[in-house]
Design a protein around this ligand. Structure first.
Ligand code: ADP
Ligand code: MG
Length: 500
């Protein structure tokens, strides 16, 4: 592969070394497990968490004479993912054998795609940030290719004092390997790219993106260079299984390489492992060359071929993707780019928001979801799927404010009540007496009492009209926040003789 450098060095991304500035270059190879009930070449189940070796067909165990049969659903998912990455879809691709020995690889080779992958070059738009000023920076990361391949099984070395166990449940599960160009220039960019990639496959439903279950993992390629120079030798950090660890591994690895070069040494191309406990990378093996694998086309499988109409049909049923959704939320609901970015950042958040916004004011719905709901979830360490307040409940709260039944302030209390106790917001407002007081007689009484109790403040307010706010606050307090704030405001001003 010829690598083209698409970016000029960005001063704020440079890392200062002892002898001058350095630029870090990052490319990711992401393994994403295809969402499919069955494996890539067999009918065995892909369900997570089954008993060891429960999901193993004769093909997965590589029994003699067994033949692989391509699972069309996996092909569809790979094409859909390619479309989501705005990538070239190759109407003809080839499955190759990648030969190596490992106890959890019973075939003695992995069926993968090498020279002719199913998906070619594409592009991912990534927002990096926000920085300390709340700004996002937009970058583009090139996709080199996406190919289909089989996963291997799992060796377990900690189950028995003298033996290793092998679990073949994952053997033959379909993976998409998504290879980026070396277009990233900082740990933050790589984290933002991986986050975006996960968002895209989740919107598409082609991979669940659960990194803690191993459904998505990244090989992180890192090199350093002086700004303006050609690419340096890279090291590849294998199988990093969280976005945070990707960032830590890059920062550690860049500094390690800079220290070696500044010491007069050179970087050996090698495969390394990240140790999350120590926060460091360590050498695993020197880099194997492609010819060591003796790739050749798998004689058990025909080239994979389909026509453009097949691709077009899949394109026609693609769901709305995050970038398009963001554009639509800004254009049709008048949301800010910042709010829209947050709402589309996860499919589950976007789905939640759209339920709350349906038939209601978009900006109000956005404020409640972003500030109140996401704020509370964040504080409680919960995901949106675990939210104690459902979209219907939040929608009902928004309706109660719009109808004037409760004030904005009471709505916050109501939200907390629904969060901790559940229930129908409308019924809660009735049973807990949270209704806004719009009865001017009652409000007037409260205003009169506050004015009567504070003659000195009344004198001051006549000279300094902004003090009216203090009276409004006192009345709100006296009515337990239930008075209609607009009504209080105009009554206070009228009684104090302040012009509106
Ligand atoms: P392989 O690891 O299988 O040899 P490639 O040579 O295609 O595969 O590269 C794998 C990954 O390494 C790609 O994501 C690519 O962007 C990245 N990469 C290539 N050269 C560099 C480099 N000098 N520094 C950092 N990443 C690189
Ligand atoms: Mg690699």
């Amino acid at each position: 592969m010829t690598i083209i450098d698409t970016r000029t060095p960005d001063p704020k991304r440079l890392i200062p070394g002892a002898t001058g500035d350095w630029e870090v270059i990052i490319g990711l190879e992401v393994h994403a497990q295809v969402t499919s009930d069955a494996k890539l070449f067999s009918g065995a189940s892909t369900a997570f968490g089954a008993a060891p070796n429960a999901n193993v067909s004769l093909v997965d165990a590589a029994m003699p004479g067994m033949l692989p049969v391509i699972n069309e659903e996996c092909v569809r998912q790979a094409i859909r993912t390619g479309l989501g990455l705005k990538a070239q879809i190759n109407l003809k691709s080839v499955f190759d054998r990648k030969n190596y020995f490992y106890p959890d690889l019973p075939q003695g080779y992995q069926i993968s795609q090498y020279k002719q992958p199913i998906v070619g070059e594409g592009i991912v738009a990534v927002s990096v940030g926000p920085d300390s000023k709340g700004q996002f920076e937009e970058i583009e990361v090139g996709i080199e290719r996406l190919h289909l391949e089989q996963d291997a099984g799992k060796s377990m070395h900690d189950q028995h004092p003298t033996m290793s166990y092998v679990d073949l449940n994952r053997s033959g599960v379909a993976l998409m390997e998504i290879v980026s160009k070396p277009d990233m220039r900082s740990a933050d960019e790589a984290k933002a790219y991986l986050t975006k990639l996960r968002t895209i496959v989740r919107y598409l439903g082609t991979c669940d993106g659960n990194m803690d279950e191993g459904s998505m993992r990244a090989d992180v390629n890192v090199s350093v260079r002086r700004p303006g120079e050609g690419f340096g030798t890279r090291c590849e950090i294998k199988n990093v299984n969280s976005i945070r660890f990707v960032g830590q591994a890059i920062d550690y690895e860049a500094r390690r390489q800079i220290a070696i070069i500044e010491d007069g040494g050179k970087i050996d191309q090698e495969t390394r492992l990240f140790d999350p406990n120590k926060g460091e990378t360590r050498s695993m093996r020197s880099k194997e060359e492609a010819h060591d694998y003796r790739y050749f086309p798998d004689p058990d499988l025909l080239p994979l071929e389909f026509d453009q109409a097949y691709v077009d049909a899949l394109a026609g049923y693609l769901p709305e993707l995050p970038d398009d959704k963001r554009t639509r939320l800004i254009a049709s609901l008048g949301l800010s780019a910042y709010d829209a970015s947050i709402l589309v950042s996860e499919k589950a958040i976007a789905d939640y928001f759209e339920k709350v916004a349906a038939g209601r004011d978009g900006k109000t719905a956005a404020n409640w979801v972003i500030n109140d709901l996401l704020g509370a979830l964040n504080k409680a360490g919960k995901t949106i799927e675990e939210s104690p307040v459902s979209p219907d409940q939040l929608g009902a709260i928004v309706d109660l404010i719009r109808e004037g039944t409760i004030s904005g302030k009471i709505a916050k209390d109501l939200f907390e009540l629904v969060w901790s106790e559940g229930g129908d917001p409308k019924a809660l407002v009735e049973s807990r007496g949270m209704k806004q007081v719009t009865d001017t007689g009652a409000i007037e009484k409260a205003v009169d009492e506050v004015i009567a109790a504070n003659p000195d403040k009344v004198e001051q307010a006549k000279a300094k009209p902004s003090l009216a706010g203090w009276f409004v606050g006192q009345v709100m307090k006296a009515t337990g926040g239930k008075a209609n704030p607009q009504a209080v405001n105009s009554l206070v001003k009228a009684k104090l003789g302040i012009e509106d």
